[in-house]
Design a protein around this ligand. Sequence first.
Ligand code: SAH
Ligand code: F3S
Length: 480
Amino acid sequence: MHAKTTQPKDPNLYNGDVLNVHDPKANGKKMYIESYGCQMNFSDSEIVASILADAGYSTTNDLKHADLVLVNTCSIREKAEQTVRNRLEQFNSVKKSNPKLKVGVLGCMAERLKSKFLEEEKIVDLVAGPDAYKDLPSLVKEVEEGRDAVNVILSKEETYGDIRPVRLQSNGVTAFVSITRGCDNMCTFCVVPFTRGRERSRDPKSIIKEINDLAEKGYKEVTLLGQNVDSYLWYGGGPKKDFRKASDLQKKTAITFDKLLDMVAIEQPKMRFRFSTSNPQDMTSDVLYVMQKHKNICNYIHLPVQSGSDRVLEAMNRQHTRAEYIELIDHIRAILPDCGISQDMISGFPNETEEDHQDTLSLMDYVKYDFGFMFMYSERPGTPAAKKLEDNIPESVKKRRLQEVVAKQQQHGLYRTQQFVGKTVEVLIEKESKKSSEHWSGRNQQNTVVVFPKENFTVGDFVNVKIESCTSATLIGKAV
Ligand code: SAH
Ligand code: F3S
């Protein structure tokens, strides 16, 4: 699950107050929310906006109008935290000229640093972890009354299934719907299991309801979100770990991820569906066959691998080998020959040798990913890797290896986009192209950006586009 680390700046977006100014519940107060990190955070901010709307707060995109600033934060790498800290410092200085302004920190950094923000750093008024958002109205009230407020309790059940998210910064065409929260995988480098807690699945009825709601509002594409969507499991309530204790009937009628995909694809046949993220060890053939069966489930899988070396995969506690991953890739290509596949990679994990690094490059040569998200290893306090392994790859080596991985990915990206030249692809128009006001920008099934002349089309249209040229990340064509 990825998104850019700052709020998307989209020229098509309405840049002002976005919500319920005339809502009878509105109390005249306004909140400004900024999200960093993964798509789940952007999606969570929409849940927060909904919860606070019920407490009377409308949302503003203009900081000058805000009574409350909320920053939904990311802890995944040190750099992400540093970006947020700098931003909090800025808000803190705004507070000096506007002492009534309150600042709150949400999300993974809130969970990781807890009351440290209030007690040691004193740069925020409110701290709420990812499972505490329903408590925000009372936390905000405390802050309004002049007390600091904190709730970082993690839950085994909370899925916010009953909340109708307020779509923020939306293009009105694509939306995220979360289906699971938390993660039980314990990859040794990763802070997510600590900041987002145990994995839990959301009631499929509430997922379908949210999707139907979006369809009614004119949305055309939904991305189902979870740290590990393939392990989605609903069997009439209760956490996944208790599934062994479920009744026979519950077991037989349990809803797994392939079934959920089937359900949503049938429920809204005109909508496009995507999902993120898939974990290699949990991906099933059933999911691939459901993708094959439904044209409206996009042929695209984000399948992070992190490393191509068995030794490193094991040290990372990834639950598969290089050979098994390759087998899975072959299996995907056999069932879905034109499926887009993307990766996440980490360069410079503790003890990574030059040979391990070469294994990563050769795995990339095998798969030829359409695109990827590549990072230098960043040690996160409290993770198993931080406790057991020394962060012993020099920065310069990490950087050089990362550059080699990125260069390789660019090569493969170009190889993949070139395969589309001369072909016609279906594109959902999302917005105006960043580079030209005369072109639309959208994505094909494989999640590659496609740019083409506007003609008489409009945002939200599905258009068949014949691809004429490409860069390593973009297809350029003309509607046919
Ligand atoms: N399952 C999640 C993973 C979230 S983290 C998902 O839905 O995508 C996203 C990516 O960040 C990971 O796949 C990994 O490549 C990278 N990452 C996580 N922890 C990291 C760390 N400590 N240093 C560098 N990169 C990291
Ligand atoms: Fe992190 Fe691994 Fe889960 S990368 S989010 S622990 S699948």
